[in-house]
Write a protein that binds this ligand. Structure first.
Ligand code: PEP
Ligand code: MN
Length: 334
């Protein structure tokens, strides 16, 4: 935003009014004694009309937002009957769907912990091509059945353009993984499937790059996008990633966007998932993704960061998620 002052304006006065609005400015002296103020990026989001109302301001020019569709998206969303942006939403499940028995067992515990969505990778894009790559389409069917049995929605990753149709058919929410946040062809395919998208932050993506990727999903037809902070690459291997709690606060407080946190991938260790989950909610997260496994020691992927079902229930209770009884198709509203 570029603010132009009236020639008669008192710079100190205008500046203090702007600071009171949460705007920090750089003073630029133009031709013929005209003073412009450039609003700095760490300012609050303030409407141009409000700035125009400040005594001494002659004009306000705003660059077009690089993500107009995202700006229009409401902070509160309803996806398959689940409200995001009101009470926090719990998404939980294993890193990978390993067998029908495993996903059924975990689904029961996710429902009991107050979960709304069952997560689990059917297609697993792994950093190593020698690691377990997922059971594919079969696993989607196992997960769908387990979720339906317990009144849960499904979120699962589509790692390739070819996988989008199968994922959109089996899941209410299409996950785009961190390794794929910059994959424009995949963002377009996921958007055009017409399902809401859960967009994980690229592990080295800036917030602006992340928002641009969200915009691409909306532009190609996604009805809504939920952003997921899952940690960025840090310099210290003692934690797997650095959960960027500041980005959660920025997106939810400043941009008014629904952002959920994945503390499991954020730290990579089960003992830190609880504290980081609490921190993410305190920063404004609209929900959590918590990896949960019924036998983490034998997990085919991400065992060290998986909570046991008992730990999930205990943590969810502590964070205020309301447990629902186990039961066939325990109804979620809507
Ligand atoms: C996952 O959710 O299991 C996953 C692979 O996450 P990410 O894309 O954040 O690494
Ligand atoms: Mn995982």
């Amino acid at each position: 935003m570029l603010i132009t002052l009236h020639k008669s304006a008192e710079l100190a006065h205008v500046r203090s009014e702007l600071v009171a609005l949460g705007l920090w400015v750089e003073v630029l002296y133009g031709e013929a004694g005209i003073v412009h103020l450039r609003v700095l990026p760490h300012s609050r989001q303030v409407a141009a009309e409000t700035v125009l109302g400040v005594n001494g301001v002659a004009d306000v020019a705003c660059a077009r937002s690089p993500h107009p569709l995202l700006d229009e998206q409401d902070a509160s969303l309803r996806i398959a009957g689940v409200e995001f942006g009101e009470a926090p939403v719990l998404i939980a499940g294993p890193c990978a769907v390993e067998s029908p028995e495993q996903i059924a067992k975990v689904a029961a515990r996710v429902a009991r912990a107050g979960g709304s969505f069952l997560r689990g990778g059917a297609f697993k894009p792994r950093s190593s091509p020698y690691s377990f790559q997922g059971h594919g389409a079969e696993a989607l069917a196992w997960m769908r059945e387990a979720a339906d049995e317990h009144g849960l929605r499904v979120v699962t990753e589509a790692p390739s353009v070819e996988s989008v149709a199968a994922v959109a058919e089996a899941a209410e929410l299409i996950q785009i993984g961190s390794r794929n946040m910059h994959n424009q062809a995949l963002l377009a395919a996921a958007g055009s499937a017409g399902r809401p998208v859960l967009l994980k932050r690229g592990m080295a993506a800036t917030v602006e790059e992340w928002l641009a990727a969200a915009e691409a999903c909306l532009l190609h037809g996604a009805p809504s996008v939920i952003l997921c902070e899952r940690g960025v690459r840090g310099f210290d291997p003692r934690t797997r990633n650095l959960l960027d709690v500041g980005a959660i606060a920025l997106l939810s407080e400043v941009y008014g966007l629904p952002v959920i946190a994945d503390p499991s991938h954020g730290c990579g260790r089960r003992d830190l998932v609880g504290p980081l989950a609490g921190a993410a909610l305190a920063a404004g997260a609209a929900g959590l993704i918590l990896e949960t496994h019924d036998a983490a020691g034998e997990a085919l992927s991400d065992g060290p960061q998986a909570l046991s079902p008992v730990e999930l229930e205990e943590l969810a209770g502590r964070l205020g998620f309301v447990a629902r009884g186990i039961g066939p198709r325990a109804a979620l509203s809507g």
